[in-house]
Design a protein around this ligand. Structure first.
Ligand code: WQD
Length: 348
């Protein structure tokens, strides 16, 4: 049984990915220091899969501690690296916290991948590497402009570090650029754990519906979009999770020749993870009202700095290469996330 190390396994996408990996027959271990996650996610994973996942509560910025995990697990055949801070606004206020945490942890785990000859590595990247694009949909060849935030820059630099590392080692890489991950496992045993006041749209809608905030502010409705509000490519976290398992299976099945390996970037593949369809803020609000049967209290406010008017993906590469299909609908995203949020607040 192939053993996979999930770095950030107790996080939102990490925990959903562990469920998919286990259900596809992989053996999984996790590294998570719970700085932005909660160990109760592994309890949820156990309830869904019946499997107890071993988690190493170490800081990936500590190279000695990270190496110890690999010394104790010498048969790791794949790494999925999620562990990173991802709040765009916080990254603007604390850039050095983001550069230290997101880049040192990546460099450390890459050093281990190389030292311990781990053949396959999946990197959690982001559509935020595309910045403020003009031509839509974005595909993987879209040139990367100046990142719109330190968070986005840690993902751009992370990708560059991987391109150069791949050129000097035998490990093969797939970098997955997520669009807007939302939703929750249908069991409502795992989902996104909000930390503090939510800044993302979905949790903000649910908090307003629960009465935790008295009204949702729509950040601007004067953009160049059909209804004036921003457009994003929301993607169900279960579809994101499955793309990670399919990426490992792809690397394990599709070996490349020594000749191909020598050609720069032949060791690295980049893929967009989005539905390829964009929805505006107001469309998401309307869909929520239809699904929940509740009227949402919102008002139009000022634009939020760092927002781009619209971005959505060309996802053909992931569909063709990974056999990634049957992507879930916006309604399923909203319904599953709403169930999870209500359960979290004992309202289910
Ligand atoms: C979506 C839209 C807001 C809250 C996120 C992650 C980022 C990356 C991509 C992984 C915007 C509007 C929001 C509110 C609103 N994911 N909004 N009122 O900014 O696209 O980025 O996904 O790498 O890490 O942060 O998502 O949900 O914050 O915003 O009007 O109360 O909803 O202005 O137009 P975003 P978001």
């Amino acid at each position: 049984m192939e053993k996979i190390l999930v770095a950030g396994g107790c996080g939102y996408i990490g925990s959903h990915t562990i469920v998919d990996l286990v259900q596809k027959g992989f053996e999984v271990i996790s590294i998570d220091n719970f700085s932005r996650s909660d160990k109760k996610m592994l309890e949820g994973v156990r309830k869904i899969t019946g499997k107890e996942i071993v988690n190493y509560e170490i800081d990936l910025c500590d190279l000695t501690a990270t190496k110890k995990v690999f010394e104790e697990n010498n048969n790791i055949t794949g790494i999925i690296h999620f562990a990173a801070y991802k709040a765009v606004g916080e990254s603007v206020e604390k850039p050095l916290l983001y550069f230290r945490n997101n880049l040192i942890s990546l460099i450390n785990i890459l050093e281990c991948a190389v030292q311990f000859d781990v053949p396959n590595f999946i990197f959690s990247s982001s559509c935020s590497v595309y910045g403020d694009v003009k031509s839509l949909p974005v595909n993987e060849e879209t040139p990367l402009p100046e990142a719109a935030s330190p968070y986005g820059r840690t993902k751009q630099i992370g990708e560059e570090i991987i391109f150069d590392t791949a050129n000097a080692c035998k490990t093969r890489f797939i970098m997955l650029r997520y669009f807007n991950p939302v939703g929750a496992h249908p069991s409502a045993e795992i989902g996104e754990l909000p930390i503090g006041k939510p800044s993302n749209l979905f949790p903000s809608v649910f908090y307003t519906a629960l009465g935790k905030t008295n009204e949702l502010v729509v950040h601007g409705n004067d953009y160049e979009t059909p209804d004036g509000s921003c457009i994003r490519d929301y993607i169900h976290v279960m579809d994101i999770a499955e793309a990670h398992s399919l990426s490992l299976l792809y690397l394990m099945k599709n070996k490349i020749s020594e000749e191909e390996r020598k050609n720069r970037n032949r060791n690295v593949d980049v893929m967009n993870l989005g539905t390829g369809k964009g929805y505006s803020v107001l469309e998401v609000i309307n869909a929520f009202e239809k699904i929940s049967g509740e009227k949402l209290n919102y008002k139009i406010g000022a634009r939020r700095s760092g927002d781009v008017a619209a971005i959505f993906s060309d996802n053909k590469k992931a569909i063709d290469k990974l056999g990634w299909k049957n992507l879930k609908s916006l309604d399923e995203m909203i319904l599953s996330a709403w169930r999870w949020t209500k359960k979290l607040n004992n309202k289910l």
